[in-house]
Design a protein around this ligand. Structure first.
Ligand code: SF4
Ligand code: FES
Length: 347
């Protein structure tokens, strides 16, 4: 079947969705996706970020589709013509969807561990407005402890259902899911059970925002200060192929290997993710390349560099005294007469 997206034609198999066809073409025509995840069956159709305009239905029925379509759940037809990046209607719709998603999402990027690799942050950067029209109080939830490894921050959840699908499709005895209805809907565990299934850590990787983060990495560093390396180990539970995120010679975090669409290539087990933070546990293959534009890509280091050994503790403390002085400003006088002397350089 032939489908044309933003003027670029491609041959696809029957059953291919518009989003999958766009990903084959690549570049700016690929619609953003907050809920679709190619490795999770049944995902997509929740967030409406991936809307596109179908200007020609098919060769057999060339009428345009009157409404914008969610590309992740709309199948290609032979002769179909689609506008993604090239449509002002689509641009406007993506702006509106972004505004909707941000209605209840807290603006806590400065303290959120996901910042720098957050799909919603990237979406807002591309399609967001700098002002909000929402004056009501944002929806908030009581914090809930869901176990030793995964931090749930429900206020940040956009209800994409990806983590629920991970629980359904990768773990035995699912204990968490979406509770309640409408704007009370929330991700929670059944009667506050801890999530301890062997593959549950993958919920962290699939969560597009900072609603599910790694407790073992929490507040340790900003992701752009870490260097990602491909690494592997002999694992009996999973493929053992991961990305280790290093700060100096420490491994601060272990994740699955994510591709240009921020999807993991293979899911990994909790043992690899949470229990092996010693570089000796891993065969380090080399730096991980990121194709997609993102904050972490700015810290590109794939060219040859000299070996740098960072003594974390010592360097974290370096400069603290000067920082403290700058923050508390003890040399800036409070009394007017002192201020005068200060101006004339007598203090
Ligand atoms: S917690 Fe994350 S993965 Fe789960 S539904 Fe919310 S946003 Fe999606
Ligand atoms: S990615 Fe298509 S609706 Fe969410």
């Amino acid at each position: 079947m032939k489908v044309t997206i933003d003027g670029q034609a491609i041959e696809v198999e029957p059953g291919t969705t518009i989003l999958q066809a766009a990903r084959m073409i690549g570049g700016e025509s690929v619609p953003p996706a907050m809920c679709y995840y190619s490795k999770l069956k049944g995902s997509g159709g929740k967030c409406r970020c991936c809307l596109v305009e179908v200007s020609k239905g098919s060769e057999a029925d060339p009428r345009p589709m009157p409404k914008l379509m969610a590309s992740c759940v709309t199948g290609c037809m032979d002769g179909m013509e689609v506008n993604s990046k090239s449509s002002p209607r689509v641009e406007e719709a993506r702006k509106s969807v972004t505004e909707f998603l941000l209605i209840n999402h807290p603006l806590d990027c400065p303290v959120c561990d996901q910042a720098g690799e957050c799909d919603l942050q990237n979406l807002s950067f591309k399609h967001g407005k700098s002002k909000t029209r929402f004056i009501e109080e944002k929806r908030t939830f009581e914090p809930e402890n869901i176990g030793p490894n995964i931090q749930l921050h429900m206020n940040r959840c956009i209800l994409c259902y990806r983590c629920v699908m991970v629980a359904d499709q990768l773990t035995d005895n699912r204990v968490h899911g979406v509770m309640d209805r409408g704007d009370h809907s929330n991700i929670s565990t059944c009667i506050s059970k801890a999530i301890d299934n062997e593959f549950s850590g993958n919920m962290i990787d699939v969560c597009p925002v900072g609603a599910l983060t790694d407790k073992t990495f929490r507040f340790k560093s900003r992701v752009w200060f870490n260097k990602p390396y491909n690494a592997h180990r002999n694992c009996t539970k999973c493929c053992g192929k991961t990305t280790v995120w290093m700060f100096g010679n420490e491994i601060q975090r272990v994740t699955g290997r994510k591709d240009e669409f921020h999807e993991v290539e293979e899911f990994i087990c909790n043992e690899c993710r949470f229990d092996h933070k010693d570089p000796k546990d891993w065969v380090i293959e080399g730096p991980r390349k990121f194709e997609k534009d993102s904050v972490i890509n700015q810290n590109n280091y794939t060219r040859d560099l000299d070996t740098v050994v960072i003594d974390t503790e010592k360097n974290i403390l370096k400069g603290r005294d000067q920082d403290r002085k700058k923050i508390s400003m003890p040399s800036v006088p409070l009394k007017p007469e002192e201020q005068d002397a200060f101006k004339h350089g007598n203090i």
